[in-house]
Design a protein around this ligand. Sequence first.
Ligand code: C2O
Ligand code: CU
Length: 564
Amino acid sequence: MLHSLFNVFLISLFFYNNCIAHHYTFTVKEVPYTKLCSTKKILTVNGHFPGPVLKAYKGDTIYVTVRNRANENITMHWHGVEQPRNPWSAGPEYITQCPIRPGSDFTYKVIFSIEDTTVWWHAHSSWTRATVHGLIFIYPWLAEPLPFLEADHEVPLILGEWWKKDVREVVEEFIRTGGAPNVSDALTINGHPGFLYPCSKSDTFHLAVQEGKTYRIRMVNAAMNLILFFAIANHTLTVVGADGHYTKPLNATYITISPGETLDVLLQADQNPENTYYMAARAYQTGNITFNNSTTVGVLRYISSSKAKTSLFSGSYPNLPFYNDTSAAFGFFTKIKSLFSGQVPVQISRRIITTISINLLRCPQNSCAGPNGSRLAASMNNISFVTPSHVDILKAYYLHIKGVYGTRFPDFPPLIFNFTAENQPLFLQTPRLATEVKVVEFGEVVELVIQGTSLVGGGLDHPMHLHGFSFFVVGVGLGNYKISDEDPSSMYNLDDPPYKNTMTVPRNGWIAIRFAAVNPGVWFMHCHFDRHQTWGMNVVFIVKNGIWPNQQILPPPDDLPPCH
Ligand code: C2O
Ligand code: CU
């Protein structure tokens, strides 16, 4: 026994020294990039867009020193990493830290625990994540077997959104006017718009595969405001992981992926190697709003192919579902199941029901650019979240600083109405502006029901993301959640529901999620459409300390950026 433990130790040293660094440096700086025939400076990590891949073994702790050498504030978030007891490194600006100012540094301690497969990192200050993001590959510890066939190669694949304008200007403008933000000019695959866009022939993502090999695509939707359909012509995709957890293998001809979500997808290079195949992504979009309806395309080619490079632009396109095909989108989402059964908490100690809505605020003389001269907003339980601007909530909580936040986020919608009705009385459109958090005792088992509403524009899908936890998606439905139901578990999957950190609430529908509040800290929850986050579709959970030392928030790091 001792002997084998010692071996384990040696092997792990070997692995650590040879493959995986424990300390990374992220220098955030502006670099010029040219896309779609126009050049602008973008924020990057180490000059790269998208940013570098981080690699970690399950349960590892890594350190990432973020050096801000740009001229705007930055913070970094490790999306999907639960960070047990360590909200200090969670990242959302003015929620768990004050920003890293230009010229300053901060070292994030990223504590992996139960995560497997793929998660990602991104900036969490204003809309800086548009270009500051990258993947995190998680490997099983030592020789722990994978629950699926080991792939021959790994392929990082990041779907993104590109604006020709400076993203800062896009943000500044829609906040000033109160209207909707400019839609992006392109979608991208690994930063490349693809040859369907102007000036982009040479700015197309190419994947060269070898016949007979298996590729593990580790992907994320890093777009700011769009749920995407993605497919590869003639090739079946086998989903084996989602949001950092294994799933039952699922064969799919297309996938749907929301901002914030990660997927691990196996691709077999099993088609005629003489042909060229395109991969493509475009929006899934419901509701009556303007959106980027363009398509990004990448090229899949077999290495053995005798075809010359010029013929790469005659290949077959995949079939993608139509833009507003909700049954296609949720047909995919709801087919994802956890690999494991019987892990869902059956007894809950707390049920919280919250609406999520788009709202309108009145402007003097109807001078804003939203509908009827009003200002667009968004809310949860009719509270449009106001982000503090001087001290972050974690610091205020830890140091008992009064006046930064209130603790009155309601457990129940303040007004019950037909949430998904076609026409809504206008008075329901106005939210309350406040910074209210939800305080939860350590160890409570929370069921959170998130109900979409049709307020303002008839309803939209919302990818809701929670920091600090993975949650089981026990239910998804259209229409109104039946609040009166005594035991709603008959309509739940309590056997093998997906274990996620981001789940999309269907347009005019609801989701029910469960998690055990065993991670003390301050944890942000928000819509992963950045425009909705900016408008206030957010809430903060404070999970109190437990009684034992290992149930308490870690002490703050020394180099935490100061607030001022
Ligand atoms: Cu990926 Cu708070 O977000
Ligand atoms: Cu939303």
